[in-house]
Design a protein around this ligand. Structure first.
Ligand SMILES: *Cc1c(COP(=O)(O)O)cnc(C)c1O
Length: 397
């Protein structure tokens, strides 16, 4: 997955353009920048690549989620439904607005189970946030139907799924708003950065203003701009955008290498009848950034992942005991450890976390192993890795 594996001259050239004129900010300073507008240019490329009307760059994927929620009016006391298997950032981004994250079970897609979503809807529910973990998706048609039926927003956290598609649409472009991360370990990196994409003009305008202190960006005198509403600073810098501009050009190549490496390993593991794979909903195509498979039970999955580590099969994750991606060990969140007081409404809204159990999620995450697909592996190395994995799994059955 990581874009940092394919990095060099293209990135240097774009960054040099910015360094030569010294304008590190994406707005203003028109006279000094010699026509270089890296953030604006990258936004145009994202719009074309993802076939959406609008892209707004921001400072991180976490910022992108907060901006997307704020731009579509999600705030204090609103409930946002999201899966138990996610990255802690999606939970945090909801909390930042005073909204309440409601975690629900996943299914064998390793993301939202539409039935669990529907059960969790209350009069306070405002949005469903689907998290396309490890490059693949939920049943998006089912989620869209639920959203239309209950008048809810559909927000896609596509931070790990750039380039994946569903029924001909790029992940992130299906819901009302989609979010990407360009942090250092993502498929496309610019060090730190993110983007919100949407076809809704009002959400875009809100994202544009909100991510820059509410500046309306009318005219070219920053001092004279007006501020229609409260905002914060979630801006990306020109330097980061310049790196992103080079990286996004590599996306087709990255996806191609991922697919090749993924397919070699998958075909090898398919020889073992006890190994099954994550379900990709009909009409969906992963971005091949991870290969996710299931073993018959938790014990075996934990054991195999340990042996992978000791035998040098790196970059494979077993999320059952992980405290970044899965609810079971999120003790700091379950206990609501916060530096500052949290509103009574959010506190009571999160009470459920202390007692809730997620047996279906445990069932799938417990048996899952998720292997990162690297870009730097040669075909030979992937084949050797695949045989080693087969050997280890067979020995553990
Ligand atoms: C990386 C990630 C984020 C957050 O992105 P940052 O740019 O690191 O803030 C959010 N959600 C998911 C699923 C991620 O993997």
């Amino acid at each position: 997955m990581p874009g940092f594996e394919l990095f060099g001259d293209l990135e240097k050239k774009e960054v040099t353009d910015v360094l030569e004129n010294g304008v590190l900010m994406r707005y203003g300073f028109d006279g000094m920048r010699n026509g270089h507008w890296k953030a604006k240019e990258l936004e145009k490329v994202l719009e074309n690549t993802f076939q959406v009307n609008h892209a707004q760059l921001v400072s991180s994927g976490t910022a992108a989620i907060s901006v997307a929620l704020a731009a579509s009016g999600v705030g204090a006391g609103d409930e946002v439904i999201l899966p138990t298997f996610t990255f802690v950032a999606s939970f945090e981004a909801i909390m930042m607005l005073g909204a309440i994250p409601i975690l629900v079970d996943i299914d064998d897609t390793l993301t939202l189970n539409p039935k669990a979503v529907e059960k969790a809807i209350t009069p306070k529910t405002k949005a469903i946030m689907v998290v396309h973990m490890c490059g693949s998706m939920a049943n998006m048609d089912a989620l869209q139907n639920i959203c239309s039926k209950h008048s809810l927003l559909l927000i896609e956290d596509a931070c790990q799924a750039i380039g994946g598609t569903y029924k001909g649409k790029v992940l992130g472009s299906i819901g009302d708003l989609g979010c990407f991360s360009f942090d250092f370990v993502k498929t496309i990196t610019c060090g730190e950065g993110g983007a919100v994409i949407t076809n809704n003009e009002a959400y875009y305008t809100n994202s544009d203003h909100y991510s820059d202190h509410g500046h309306d960006h009318v005219g070219n005198d920053r001092g004279a701009e007006s501020h229609p509403f409260l905002g914060y600073n979630f801006r990306i810098s020109e330097l980061h955008a310049a790196v992103g501009l080079a990286q996004i050009k590599r996306l087709p190549e990255i996806l191609k290498i991922q697919k090749r490496n993924y397919t070699i390993i998958r075909e090898a593991l398919s020889q073992i009848p006890e190994v099954t794979f994550r379900t990709v909903p009909e009409g969906g195509e992963e971005n091949y950034s991870f290969l996710n498979f299931f073993l018959p039970d938790l014990e075996m999955s934990l054991k195999v992942s340990e042996v992978f580590k000791t035998e040098g099969v790196d970059a494979c994750f077993q999320y059952y005991n992980n405290n970044w991606h899965y609810i079971r060990k999120w003790n700091h969140l379950k206990e609501l450890k916060s530096l500052y007081p949290i509103s009574a409404e959010v506190k009571s809204g999160l009470e459920y976390l202390k007692t809730s159990e997620f047996p279906k999620s445990d069932h799938y995450i417990g048996r899952n192993i998720s292997c990162l697909i690297k870009l730097s592996w040669t075909e030979q190395q992937v084949k050797e890795r695949a045989s080693k994995m087969v050997e280890i799994i067979k020995a553990s059955l």
